[in-house]
Design a protein around this ligand. Sequence first.
Ligand code: SAM
Ligand code: SF4
Ligand code: SF4
Length: 380
Amino acid sequence: MGENIIPLADLRYAATPPQVPERAGPPRGLLLDSLGRPLRDLRISVTDRCNFRCSYCMPKEVFDKDYRFLPHASLLSFEEITRVARVFVAQGVRKLRLTGGEPLLRKDLEQLVAQLAALRTAEGAAPELTLTTNGSLLARKARALRGAGLRRVTVSLDALDDAVFRRMNDVDFPVADVLAGIDAALAAGFAPVKVNMVVKRGTNDHEIVPLARHLRERYGARAVLRCIEFMDVGATNGWRMDEVLPSREVLARIAAAFPIEPIEAGVPGETAQRWRYRDGGGEVGVISSVTQAFCHECNRARLSTEGKLFLCLFASRGHDLRALLRGRRDDGRPWSDDEIAAALELIWSARDDRYSALRAAQAGAPSRGERRVEMHYIGG
Ligand code: SAM
Ligand code: SF4
Ligand code: SF4
């Protein structure tokens, strides 16, 4: 393909080339947005492809054989991802999460993990390096990922019942293979493993207690179930408020089966509210993105597979960092890390996104007029 032809898939979401300040000093190490929120967490989507078709994320009717995923040349290379991550860590990021699409579909992911694991903050600490996966390839890859320096794993699992699970992933994938992935992760040293369950009322809400029971009995404190409210992310998942089961109802059902008590909030910006089983059988969490917006402490940015930076899960417009990674200044020189860090400072300091808080205030989804970005493209 000629250099000047931009693949159509690249144009699917608007992205502005970042402005670089005239004089870029060294990174500050802490960036605050216009609402005083620090930048602490970067989620990196390493692929927009997935081997599942969860209806709440990549419904089959849209993501079918004719759907055009990003061409390989659009993807950031491991070197480019590591460079961006280095700049973010220099600007105060403390947590890196690899996601997608299904991140374990990206070839040789453990090499990227090793590169990211070598990053250090200005104080010499390693940022927390984590991965979210549907678990389908985890049994095969857990050991290599651990060996490469991955610190934590989150596995998505929406039901214990095989028929319900196969329906939800919509590719007939068996639950036993995901459970084997969790076993392998624990055997490789990833304890505790977080298990994310997206709850859809009328689809899998009857699976909350059975899944909680199974995880408690089999793993105790080594696995932590986290129930996520079904979100209106993207534009394709047919979201309806009446399919959201509010976290307070989730907790009431769990509490009726196993007495629980709240755990004090840990680090600021933590998405889950945490509860412990009173009998010492571990903990459980809820992520109430719809009914209890946590925008006021949202410290996360998301990097798409092709290097566009999004400041909110519900953004419709990104910032094209790849243009700085691959482009050149007017004098022909490549942009330096300090210049990219300074561009990031400008971007973050202007951030005012708080979609979920506005949605809650307006008792409905505020419309932005532009196509919202899909979850598999920027990662969860
Ligand atoms: N494929 C991997 C997986 O499923 O874990 C990583 C990417 S996935 C987009 C990241 C997380 O987002 C998963 O835990 C998934 O369940 C969650 N997710 C996707 N769509 C969602 C929605 N509409 N509402 C709530 N959570 C969602
Ligand atoms: Fe794939 Fe994860 Fe989206 Fe399901 S939630 S379709 S596994 S990216
Ligand atoms: Fe953060 Fe946007 Fe979600 Fe609010 S809606 S918590 S700002 S990602």
